[in-house]
Design a protein around this ligand. Structure first.
Ligand code: ARG
Length: 583
């Protein structure tokens, strides 16, 4: 049989095919292949039991008939057995494991295999998307690292990905900000740290508006002037956005993130009229107390809680912008799927957005894109509350990244003081940034998690330093082997020891992990897998000597080292983490 990139999938197809050739099965039979209890095999087909029950037949008999029919098709690759009341267990033979590992020998080969998963699909991933005139804080990192990992994973799996940074550059904050800029600017401070000064101005404007109704009125007037295209306010708005974007760019560069599009909310300000008109025409939106709103009568909450798409003063808002954005992405980019990566507190917004788009597109005769909200929980401090500085302020992201690099640098200085300066800096960066990133990705994204420096930087456990160390260790194994590592892969003989087989099986599981990670949009599946893979490698390396005399055994053990290194490096790269040759 053609074992393919994803062995489980290939086997499932072969089993279904064999069943369809047997009279006793009909199209209601599904092999339902799952990973087996490792004591019994690699995969288990559970489909015979429910099928036999429905038909009132003996499941063991049916399973036997199916196994007999499978015989020739899979006999060279799998050992097959019927267990219990009618489960079929499949165990990959060592020669088949070896064959797969020989085929998938480089990043390109893996990518070519994975490309079948989402080939040619047009995807927009909306992540980071910060609001202007504010610093990025620790909480902002989650959207960035999760969004970037998902983008890389989809790209690797054949999709055409557009990474879109939907910057919040058209909010009501501009009224207060422009007012404060005009009356309370400290030009020296603006020169020194522009973003800091903008934040101060915003806070000042906000406080004044609260104290003094007259200021509030004037701030509103500034906003209206901006929205009407007043030249001076337009210029200030551009200046503010320029300052913000520069600060964002610095963070993106440090995190190896780049976008294909950065169409902020302001880009859609002249595109909302069409949305209102269509939604009213199709009787999806209605006027309510002067505002334009959408109710979803079929939904327990949204039948009463309106989705406000135009405010009573006629201004557009977050919802109108997001509706116009969906239309733009579908029309201009032919997006088939849009993924939004934000905080869990925006769940209602996206549920209402998605329901509205589904009804609107269906009514307008457009294909409805697949819409996904990838939401995440909160990063907590060791006190169990949202993480803050000692003085109770949000931690700036640039400070967190700086501290991570510093702390990693201290470890490098201690462990490897003789390395050249430049290399030490690169290592500190890879470990520091990688550690923060991995700590975030390794958590189930919908849970909150407690951030602790000791945990994220630990060399033990499911951490970036542990995995980076595992990678560097395999590089050092190759360095020590020198010319002996050049053994021909074709000389490899099939795996024999338990540790060899365990490691080889783990390597073969990579495609299925990739698939699961993308179908649930949960990068922690991949993290857990890489962590286990590193563990299986240690088990193998401690038990089985690599440089033995027998050329066949030596070649296959070197092959296992190579493939482990390959999948660890590719896996970490997909998560956005830089790896090192030594550390
Ligand atoms: N700017 C928003 C915020 O900071 C996130 C935007 C997410 N993307 C979107 N299309 N709504 O909360």
């Amino acid at each position: 049989m053609e074992i393919g990139f994803n062995v489980a999938e290939a086997l499932e197809a072969v089993v279904a095919e064999a069943a369809s050739g047997l009279e006793v099965f009909d199209e209601t039979f599904v092999p339902d292949l799952r990973p087996a209890d490792p004591r019994f095999g690699d995969f288990q087909a559970n489909g015979v039991l429910p099928f036999a029950k429905k038909q009132g037949r003996n499941p063991r008999e049916l399973a036997g008939a199916l196994v007999a029919a499978l015989g020739d098709a899979i006999g060279t690759d799998f050992a097959v057995g019927v267990a219990g009341p009618g489960f079929i267990n499949f165990t990959l033979k060592p020669a088949a494991l070896l064959r797969w590992l020989r085929i998938y020998g480089s990043g390109k080969d893996l990518e070519a295999g994975a490309a079948g998963l989402h080939r040619g699909r047009k995807l927009v991933i909306d992540y980071s998307s910060p609001n202007t005139a504010k610093q990025m804080h620790v909480a902002h990192i989650r959207s960035m690292v999760i969004g970037e990992a998902i983008s890389r994973l989809f790209e690797f799996s054949g999709a055409a990905v557009i990474r879109d940074n939907h910057i919040g550059d058209w909010g009501t904050q501009y009224g207060k900000l422009i007012y404060a800029y005009k009356h309370h600017l400290d030009p020296e401070a603006l020169e020194k740290d522009p973003l800091e000064e903008l934040e101060r101005l915003y806070k000042k404007g906000d406080a004044l508006c609260r104290e003094d109704p007259e200021v509030l009125e004037r701030a509103r007037a500034e906003l209206v002037a901006l929205q009407r295209g007043d030249a001076e306010n337009q210029r200030l708005w551009e200046e503010i956005n320029g300052i913000s974007e520069k600060a964002f760019e610095e963070i993106y560069a440090r995190l190896d993130i780049r976008f294909d599009a950065q169409l902020g909310e302001s880009f859609y300000r002249d595109k909302v009229g069409e949305v209102y008109a269509e939604l009213v025409d199709h009787r999806i939106a209605e006027e309510s107390e002067g505002a334009l709103v959408v109710f979803h009568p079929e939904h327990p909450r949204f039948k009463k809680q309106p989705f406000i798409i135009r405010k009573s003063d006629g201004a557009s808002n977050y919802a109108s912008t997001d509706l116009a954005t969906v239309l733009y992405r579908v029309r201009e980019w032919q997006a088939e799927k849009i993924i939004y990566v934000t905080d869990g507190r925006q769940q209602d917004h996206f549920q209402q957005l998605f329901l509205t788009v589904e009804k609107w597109f269906a009514a307008a005769g457009r294909a409805v894109p697949e819409l996904d909200h990838v939401w995440f929980g909160t990063i907590l401090g060791e006190d169990g509350k949202a993480i803050k500085t000692r003085t109770g302020n949000p931690i700036k992201l640039k400070d967190l990244l700086g501290e991570a690099e510093q702390r990693a640098r201290a470890i490098v200085d201690e462990k490897n003081p003789s390395l050249p300066e430049e290399e030490k800096a690169a290592i500190a960066r890879a470990i520091g940034i990688g550690a923060i990133r991995y700590a975030d990705l390794a958590q189930n994204r919908t849970s909150d998690y407690v951030f602790s420096w000791d945990k994220v930087l630990s060399l033990e456990g499911n951490t970036a330093p542990y995995l980076l160390y595992a990678v560097a260790r395999i590089h050092s194994i190759f360095a020590r082997m020198g010319e002996n590592a050049g053994a021909e892969e074709s000389a490899a003989t099939p795996f024999e020891t338990d540790q060899e087989q365990k490691l080889a099986r783990k390597l073969l599981a990579f495609p299925e992990v990739l698939k699961m990670t993308l179908s649930d949009l949960r990068p922690h599946f991949l993290c857990t897998y890489l962590y286990e893979l590193a563990g299986d490698f240690s088990g193998f390396y401690n038990a089985d000597k690599v440089l033995v005399d027998d050329p066949g055994i030596r070649a296959r053990r070197i092959l296992l080292c190579r493939r482990t290194l390959l999948i660890l490096e590719e896996g970490l790269r997909l998560l956005g983490i830089r790896t090192l040759k030594r550390m």
